[in-house]
Structure formats: C-alpha cells, structure tokens
Design a protein. Structure first.
Lengths: 151, 441
C-alpha cells in the first residue's frame, strides 16, 4: 500500500527527470512516526511543482517562507499536527475556506474545511499528531480531488 | 441541582485538563460553537390566524480523547445549549458522556465499548425509542456478532426537550410549563446484531423494557411495557438497499384501581435506491403499520402500539406513530453537481409525498402542539373512513460554506374529508413554510 502512495505522489512532481533519490525521500517520509515540518513542506510544494525533487527540507521551508506560508518558530525537524498540515495544505493548494477560515486563517478551521471536503478522513482533531503515512495519504487525496475539480 | 452542577463542573475539569493517562500519546481534543436559527409559518383554512414561529439555539461543545496504554482510550464529550423559541427559553445540558474503547480485552478480535453519562439511545429500528437519556451502555463487538446492554433513566432530562410521552399524563405535562423534568422512566435495552449473516444481510434482535416510576392515581395513569424487535437490513442489488423491522409490544396500563394489559405491533419496510451517477439521486419508499385493535369500554384505554419516545412524522401535519398506516415516497438530487462551482454542487433538492391512514376507527394521534388544541378541529367523531390525508413536501438545502448551512421547506397537507376520510368538511388544507440557517465555529 505504501508503494501506491509513493507512486501517486512522486508522479505529481512536475519535473522532467525524477530521480530515484526523490522516491527514496518519499519512502522516508512514509516511515516517519511523526510527520516533520520539513518533510511536509517538501511534499506539499513538490506535488505543486514549487520545489525541485532533489531540494532539501530546509530549502523547501525557505520556499514556503518566500510564499508567506511558513509556520513561525518551527524548524525542519519539528513534528506537525493535523492542524499545521491542514493550514499548509489550504495555503499551497489555494483552497477557499469557510467563513471562520476566511476571517481567522487558523489551523482548526483549515482542518474542518478539509474534513468537510473529504480530504481528511477518519479521526480529525487539529491538535493530533500525524505520522508520515497519514500525511502522504492526505496530500495524495488532495491531489486526486483537485484533479476531479472538487477542491 | 447544585449536585448536578458540581458533577458537570468536575466532568468539564477532567475533560479539559487531562493530557495523558498511563500513555505516551498526548490527549487530543476540540471545541466549538453552533448556532441554529429557524423561522416558520403555519397556516390552515380552518384556523383563523396564521402561526408564526421563531427559534434560536446556540450550543457550546467540547471533546477530549485521552489514550490509556497502547490500545485503549477514553473519549469525553460535552455540549450545553441555550434555546429560545416563541414562548420558551431554557438552557440544557444536551450531552455529557464518557466513552471507553478497549480493543483485544476479551479476545484477539474483540472490541469492548463502554458509555456512561448523558447520551442519545435508540433501538435498532428507532421505532421504539430514539431519545436523550442518562445511563450506562456496554457494547462488545466481534466480527460476527455485536452485543449491547443499556440501562437508562429518562427523568433527569428537561421537560421541553424530552420526547418520552406514553400516557395521557405525559402528554399533558408536555405543555405544562411548571413541569421541570421529563417523565421518570427506567429503560433497559439488550440488543444483538449479526452483521452480514447471509447474502450481506445483517440481522438485529433487541428486547426492550420500560418502567414508569410514578404511582397510578385516579387522575394519573402509568404504563409499563416491553418490546421485542427483529430486523433485517442490507443491500439487495446494485444501489438498492432495504430494511425490514417487526416489533411486538406488551404492557400494563393502570389508573386508580383500573388495570389493563395490552398488546401491539408495528411493521416497517423501506427500500432505498442510490444513483450517484444521475445527479447523486436517492429514491426512498417506506411503509409503516402500527396497530390499534380496540378501546376498552369501561376504562377508555386504547389497545394499540405505543413507543417509548413519541417521534412524530410529517411536516405540514404532525402525526404520532400510533394507530397509523403510513406510506412515503421521496426523491432527492443535486441538480448542479456537474457545475464548476463547489457551492452549486452542494445544492440539494428533495421532494416527498406521504399519505396517512388510521388502522382502526379510532381517531388518529395528531400533535396537540401543532393542532393548537388537544381537541382536533374538524375530526369526525364517527368517521366512515380511515384516510387521514396526504401531504407533499419540497425541501431545498444549500451549503455555501463548510460552516454555513441553509434550508427552506414548504409543505402542504390535504385532509381527507367525507366518506373515505376521518375529517368533516370543516377541516381545511394546511400549509407550512420554514427557513433554517445553521452555522458553526
């Protein structure tokens, strides 16, 4: 099953030549017991063609900062909560949120929006930790729903 | 009351403060606020003045999950609401429950679930009880069988929110502002379900008992009853699903020195067809029969099916599920599902047609609150027919944002008068319109 996520996410990296190193990176993200900020930034930006597949986690965070989406005070190895991931995903995928998200741009409202749109499934709390496999699965679902025009 | 408030406070402190319990995983939780607003209009040809209704309900909820060890967890949920409607204002504790989840305790494939506090309980059919109660529930799940035992008390619920109405005294108290709490009854449910027992069909069996804690007096009637429920549900073919339920009930009614035992039964068949590729269409056909056999000449007690919670049917008219043969055909679709706009995709239109008959020559059990009186206008005291009438309902749902829902409902009830019906010509057409807005943050 993990290989399916790897293949699906890697296919979304919109560069000409995809290195085996990038596939190994995704494999590494899948194995993370708690999804790291740098890994989330790398995958989210990668599937949107905003970062090179061979870029480091730190470089991905720099791109996030340039886009104005970086999370203050977080370093590349810090674990992500579901709320953090949701907020990044909403920003990078340019998803319109509900009334509260539009007003406050907080992780809890980003989480609820993505749950409502079917991007996040299963137990959903903004402050819960996310492992690498679930993180990749969520990003993968967002890609699929965008291709269907549903987000 | 003070003890109750202390319990709620302690519960809230536990839920909000605990971070971990014998586990490396941290607790997780969330909270939120919901606001629901309703504006309605009821009009009828036989009633001189239209009735306009307004209601506002706002609720604060919280949830906390605390892991225990590696597999088990406790799940706390609490919700309090402030409710305002034409003529009534009250605050209510809607929910205060602690769920326990304990996998593998009673075998490799077992899941033990416990629930204590204030929660909603329903039998497999929802035709016997579907009500908020205070109590305890234990559920043991294996792949081939699920067993559940529930013990509950209904008398701590506030009177305006309770739908446990079985006797004449219960119905009188429903509109009595001086009654603070709901009718005091104990309810026990033992249910067993065999999921996908044959041909993907799941079979449910339940035994339910309820006991009235009040003493029968000359002006107060009491009723104790038991129920047996058998149900089968599952897919038939393609997107077609069905559920079939049969319920038998036996009970004893008492008032003063009079005592009557009674028997009743209910049967229900429902077919649902899902057509996701055709504008996300859903078609539903349902027929329900609830018995009414005779009326005791000396006591006036009616020998009929009596559920524990009086969940009403209908939109423009409100009919209790007693002494009733009821048929419904409904169809819903999302007409703009192919649109580029996500907001338009979520618009849903629902059409429903319903028709109602009594199952005996006795009057139908209509809702005194919507009728405006316990003596229903236009009822033929000696009806020649059993047709109550038919109604059509159009409902529009929209979800422009994930945290904003809008709904509009229009319903028209045409009573059956003359030979086939239960009404005289004095009864006219009834109309209802309703606008709803709900938001959460």
């Amino acid at each position: 099953m993990k290989r399916v996520y790897v293949a699906a996410v890697v296919l979304c990296f919109v560069t000409g030549t995809l290195s085996a190193q990038a596939a190994d990176r995704i494999d590494g993200v899948l194995a993370e017991p708690a999804l790291r900020y740098g890994s989330a930034a790398y995958v989210l930006l990668g599937v949107n063609g905003l970062v090179d597949p061979d870029a480091s986690a730190e470089q991905a965070i720099e791109v996030l900062a340039d886009l104005g989406f970086a999370i203050d005070g977080k370093s590349a190895d810090d674990p992500m909560t579901l709320g953090d991931l949701s907020l990044l995903l909403m920003h990078v995928f340019e998803i319109d949120g509900g009334l509260m998200y539009t007003l406050l741009r907080q992780p809890r409202y980003a989480t609820r929006e993505l749950e409502f749109r079917g991007v996040i499934q299963g137990r959903t709390f903004p402050d819960m930790s996310v492992n690498g496999e679930r993180g990749i699965r969520i990003i993968n679902r967002a890609v699929a729903l965008r291709e269907e025009g549903r987000i | 009351m003070r003890q109750c408030a202390t319990c709620v406070l302690l519960f809230a402190i536990l839920v909000l403060s605990s971070t971990r319990l014998f586990s490396q995983d941290p607790a997780i939780g969330d909270w939120g606020v919901t606001v629901d607003v309703l504006r309605g209009l009821r009009a009828a040809e036989h009633v001189a003045q239209d009735a306009r209704t307004s209601a506002l309900s706002t609720a604060l909820w919280g949830r906390r999950i605390i892991p225990i060890g590696t597999e088990s967890r406790l799940d706390f949920a609490i919700q309090g609401s402030y409710n305002w409607s034409s003529g009534q204002v009250f605050a209510n504790l809607d929910l205060a429950r602690m769920d326990g989840l304990h996998p593998f305790i009673l075998g490799e494939s077992s899941v033990l679930r416990t629930r204590v506090g204030r929660f909603r309980v329903a039998d497999p059919s929802t035709f016997v009880i579907n009500a908020a109660v205070d109590g305890l529930s234990v559920r043991l799940e294996y792949p081939a069988v699920r067993m559940e035992l529930t013990g509950a008390y209904t008398g701590l619920q506030l009177n305006p929110v309770s739908n446990v109405r079985m006797t004449q005294v219960d119905l009188v108290e429903e509109n009595d502002d001086s009654a603070t709490f709901a009718p005091p009854r104990a309810v026990g449910i033992a249910a067993i379900e065999f999921p996908e027992l044959f041909a993907r069909q799941s079979v449910s069996v339940a035994v339910i008992g309820q006991y009235d804690f009040r003493d029968a007096a000359s002006t107060q009637d009491t009723l104790n009853s038991g129920y047996a429920v058998l149900g089968v549900r599952g897919p038939l073919f393609g997107g077609l699903y069905h559920d079939v339920f049969g319920i038998a009930t036996q009970g004893v009614w008492e008032q003063g020195n009079q005592s009557e035992s009674y028997f009743g039964y209910l049967g229900s068949v429902r077919l649902r067809l899902f057509l996701p590729e055709f504008f996300a269409s859903r078609v539903s056909v349902q027929a329900v029969y609830s018995s009414h056999d005779d009326v005791d000449a000396s006591s006036g007690f009616e020998n009929r099916y009596r559920p524990i919670s009086r969940n009403r049917l209908g939109t423009a008219v409100s009919v209790a599920l007693e002494n009733l043969l009821y048929g419904e055909l409904s169809y819903s679709l999302r007409p703009f599902i192919g649109s580029d706009s996500a907001q338009a995709q979520r618009v849903q239109v629902q059409l429903a047609g319903r028709t109602y008959f009594t199952t005996s020559d006795s009057p139908a059990a209509l809702d005194p609150r919507t009728e405006g009186s316990a003596v229903y206008p236009g009822f033929d005291p000696e009806p020649t027919g059993r047709h109550i009438g038919s109604e059509g309902v159009l409902r529009l749902n929209a979800r422009p944002f994930s945290d904003l829902g809008l709904g509009a409902t229009v319903g028209l009830f045409v009573p059956s008068v003359g030979d086939p019906g239960v009404f005289t010509n004095d009864r006219g057409i009834q109309f209802l319109s309703r606008l709803e807005l709900s938001t959460r943050f």
